[in-house]
Write a protein of this length. Sequence first.
Length: 114
Amino acid sequence: MSLLPSFVSTTIQKQTIRKINAKQSGLKGILIGTLFGTVMIGPAYMFYSFFKELQGKGASAGVIAATIGAWAIKVAWIPFAITVLGWKFVLLFNGLIFVFAIVSGFFVGAFFKE
């Protein structure tokens, strides 16, 4: 995980990051960040240097906030959670996390006025 920021720094150009994740990307960028957050695994602190690298390359704070917010959804665990908690609870809970990750992305993006 510690090599990911270096990989991003050397292989992905600033224009690519800005096109996908900059403030101008709007809803599309926040949705991409939210979807990316749902498939990320591992402890959050391991990704902070990665997010800092993305921010340095032009990614918006809103996209990063949406990604971190959606991190609570663990797609791989959904089948197990359904067997334990039931599908209504799991779908509602994960749906709310997804929606609020998007909302938080817009709020953070507006607060930082990138």
